[in-house]
Design a protein around this ligand. Sequence first.
Ligand SMILES: [Zn+2]
Length: 221
Amino acid sequence: MHLWRIFLLSVLLLPSGGPGGKPETQQQYFFTRAQAFEVMREFLDAIRLDRPENLSLPSYVRERLAWANSASAAGTLQVNLWDKCEGCSANDLMGMNFRNGRFELDVYAPRLLRLMWDEQRQELHRKPEKRAVNTFLLAVVHETIHMERGSAYYLSLPSAEERFREEVRAWAITVLNAVRPLRAQLQPLDEDWVKADDILAACGDDPACGGFQGFVRAKIK
Ligand SMILES: [Zn+2]
């Protein structure tokens, strides 16, 4: 199986004490570049399609992950790990871009590291927990849905309204084809996805419904 190539695009800030230094506040932790890279590697490993526990993933999820794998192998998709995201909220895990003739999947280390953080032991888990893996996996699926639009869509510089419609489309497809089947398997899921599923269901699965549109608009700011 192809191994993802990850490009770490900037360096994480270290406290003056260096790795292992005490956080200045309870919420603030510092991680080394090597730790961020390792956590990213663990998540990518956890979503490998040849892992036994991933054989029962919904077929749509497997199809999108397979697409991302082959695009990465072909060099038409690059995976980037960023130490921060300008203009993002602290909860943003991933985004996508079309740059230099290829798609790029941008992963933001702050949220990624929080997904790996063990609150009780106050250290990083050695392996991501199932719910965190599902959060990561659904974000990959969601971003590849945007990539399905192909380069022409992004080169046309879509307006803010067109981009909003694209978000509604991608959220609805992620919910219907990935979140709902995972929920049916009783998989632990991030509450945002559960909420999105409940709202879309209450809308009779019509993404044009005001409730769902309002939810997506609030998510993307
Ligand atoms: Zn999106």
